[in-house]
Design a protein. Structure first.
Length: 334
């Protein structure tokens, strides 16, 4: 009997000694695993990238990056397994990369479902002066002249740099509406081009620019006050994505913006997700309100560019919700 008691006691001690290790493994399912993470070249997507990065680290994963990539380079890399994930997918805008994605990656979860608007804005003074309703009004000589800042005879449009999904869509719209002789899309660095346009507006010049929400641009030039969304076209015979409705900051309701409202989503390598069910579960559960992203984008544009601190503060503010996400991710790893 004493021998039996000694054996039971030894077994109990051994079990207690192991329990912290077991708990640690459960708390840190990503221990020893590196996540190769990317982020978009548009800095308005860096805030949520950093939030996801910090959440992955709370699960024990080591995050490499995020490495800043253009959309085409990322989607090729994630399909091949050279990158594991990013949270900067915009769909349906990025549907042009779907065939590449399907070779080894997938959309999982959503950072923000719907509500991500895209389109073209014009200063209110020009809308009042010229009666501008759509991009097709820029075929008029007096309108072209009023927006021609470089003297090439075309209206200048702050567009998107090469490699962005919106660059492809804007080019399609220009072709569909036969605007090649009327509008000059500026494809230089977006932030610098917008800063130049804002300065021009503040000097009393007219401006035409593409933007999306959430974005700092609509904090600097406020829709409804400084600028208005215009329609891509008023011609009902031209096929366009479903119009936005109830948008009081557009010249028309419904408003044919030329773009469909997008979901901002994570895209990840399928083989990586299969090996890391905790990551899959985390991506499925996390969501970030668009107004929170908008507020950070505005702060960043004003000089507060400590994205790591901003993300950490957001996580702490939403601790109860975050703890639930992490709990479910850990449970998925069992």
């Amino acid at each position: 009997m004493p021998h039996l008691l000694r054996s039971l006691t030894a077994a109990a001690v051994f079990a207690v000694a192991l329990s912290p290790m077991a708990g640690s493994a459960q708390e840190q399912p990503g221990e020893g695993v590196t996540v190769k993470m990317a982020q978009a070249t548009w800095d308005t997507g860096w805030f949520h990238s950093e939030i996801y990065s910090q959440l992955l680290q709370k699960l024990g994963y080591k995050v490499q990056g995020p490495t800043t990539l253009d959309a085409p380079a990322f989607y090729q890399s994630v399909a091949q397994g050279d990158m594991d994930l990013w949270v900067n997918g915009w769909f349906p805008l990025h549907n042009t990369y779907k065939s590449t994605i399907d070779q080894g990656a997938e959309i999982v979860g959503a950072v923000a479902k719907g509500g991500a608007l895209q389109g073209f804005l014009v200063d209110k003074a020009a809308i009042d002066e010229f009666g501008i309703k759509s991009l097709e009004d820029f075929k008029r000589d007096e309108v072209k002249k009023a927006f021609d800042r470089n003297g090439d005879g075309k209206a200048d449009l702050v567009a998107c740099p090469p490699g962005w999904g919106c660059e492809v869509r804007i080019a399609d719209i220009m072709k569909e509406l036969k605007l090649g002789d009327s509008i000059n899309p500026i494809k230089a660095g977006y932030s610098a081009s917008m800063a130049d346009a804002i300065a021009a507006y503040q000097s009393g010049e007219h401006v035409l620019f593409y933007t999306w929400t959430p974005n700092w641009t609509v904090n600097e030039l406020k829709p409804g006050k400084d600028v208005m969304w215009i329609e891509a076209t008023t011609n009902k015979d031209i096929k366009m994505p479903k119009p936005a409705t109830g948008l009081k900051t557009c010249v028309a309701d419904p408003c044919t913006m030329g773009f469909q409202a997008n979901d901002i989503v994570p895209v990840a390598n399928t083989a990586f997700l299969d090996k890391n069910p905790a990551v899959r579960k985390l991506l499925e559960e996390v969501s970030i309100p668009l107004p929170d992203i908008y507020a950070q984008n505005s702060a960043m544009n004003k000089g507060d560019d400590d994205v790591k601190a901003q993300a950490a503060a957001w996580i702490e503010k939403h601790k109860d919700e975050v703890d639930g996400w992490l709990k479910d991710a850990r449970a998925a790893a069992k």
